[in-house]
Design a protein around this ligand. Structure first.
Ligand SMILES: Cc1cc2nc3c(=O)[nH]c(=O)nc-3n(C[C@H](O)[C@H](O)[C@H](O)COP(=O)(O)OP(=O)(O)OC[C@H]3O[C@@H](n4cnc5c(N)ncnc54)[C@H](O)[C@@H]3O)c2cc1C
Length: 250
């Protein structure tokens, strides 16, 4: 049986055109992650939470495609991505280490309408990020600040060490956003022992009867574990939206 959400995404993806994207700005985010802003003439715009497909083509014609979430709300022809280098990866080491301003790649999108926050929703929101899963959630945080939406946002951000936290200063400067960083490898600045996100951490989010929506993004195992904990805690499955980035930590 086909999953209707996956099926719609695949159909929509086939209809999208590849566009030429030129890197116009590069910012280091952590020692192993960077933000790249692309200028993409003809870009149709996107909602916070959506992603794009990126295609790299070698001089011999070999090409590789990967998905990347958009890190910022729609802004004319600009598309901002934040990429984590996966040590033995094919595509991410090029985007994080080799790409320079002026380089061109191909990009298509936006993709995914379910894992999105459009700026008009008023229910409280819980964002739960694992590692680079913060990227589409940051787009939502930035979109909320831009439209001055009074929806209350809380962010639970699970990450190995302080050095791996993305967007730290910006996250802490957003009014009306409650940020809790949960370290998995070494406790830092908190009494919480280092460890994976658990039911007690999620209890700092919204109670099941608050009418909130929860967005969970990160490695597949992280997303599945958080979803199970939310369901066990009495949250309505319809209130939980998920995006899986890949097999392991990111
Ligand atoms: C919808 C969606 C949105 C995504 N958004 C982002 C984003 O905003 N930022 C970002 O950095 N990544 C994102 N990813 C992950 C991205 O698509 C790639 O999987 C990742 O960059 C690794 O690609 P690679 O070619 O370097 O590694 P590959 O050559 O594909 O894989 C090399 C090795 O790394 C493992 N691996 C693959 N993916 C991951 C991963 N994510 N984490 C850890 N190990 C992995 C593989 O199993 C393999 O062993 C997203 C994925 C999806 C599906």
């Amino acid at each position: 049986m086909t999953d209707p959400v996956t099926d719609t995404v695949s159909r929509r993806r086939r209809l999208l055109r590849w566009l030429v994207a030129t890197a116009v700005d590069i910012r280091e985010v952590t020692p192993t992650a960077r933000t790249v802003v692309f200028e993409v003439p003809g870009w149709p715009g996107h909602a916070a939470g959506q992603h794009v497909d990126v295609k790299l083509t070698a001089p011999d014609g070999y090409s590789a495609q990967r998905s990347y979430s958009v890190a910022a709300p729609t802004d004319g022809d600009r598309v901002e991505l934040t990429i984590q280098r996966v040590a033995d990866g094919e595509v991410s080491p090029y985007l994080v280490g080799d790409l320079v301003i002026g380089d061109q790649i191909e990009l298509r999108g936006p993709i995914g309408g379910w894992f999105a926050w459009h700026g008009t929703e008023t229910m409280p929101v819980l964002l739960v990020a694992g590692g680079s899963g913060i990227v589409p959630l940051m787009a939502m945080v930035r979109a909320r600040a831009r439209v001055a939406n009074p929806a209350e946002f809380k962010l639970l951000y699970s990450v190995r060490t302080p050095a791996e936290v993305y967007y730290d200063a910006e996250l802490r400067s957003k009014p009306g956003l409650e940020v809790t960083v949960l370290f998995t490898r070494k406790a830092f600045g908190t009494n919480r022992p280092a460890g994976r996100i658990g039911a007690a951490d999620l209890a700092a989010g919204w109670p099941p009867d608050a009418g909130a929506r929860t967005y969970v993004c990160g490695p597949t195992g992280f997303v599945e574990s958080v979803t199970q904990l939310l369901l066990a805690g009495g949250h309505d499955p319809a209130s939980i939206r998920t995006e899986r980035f890949g097999p392991s930590g990111g």
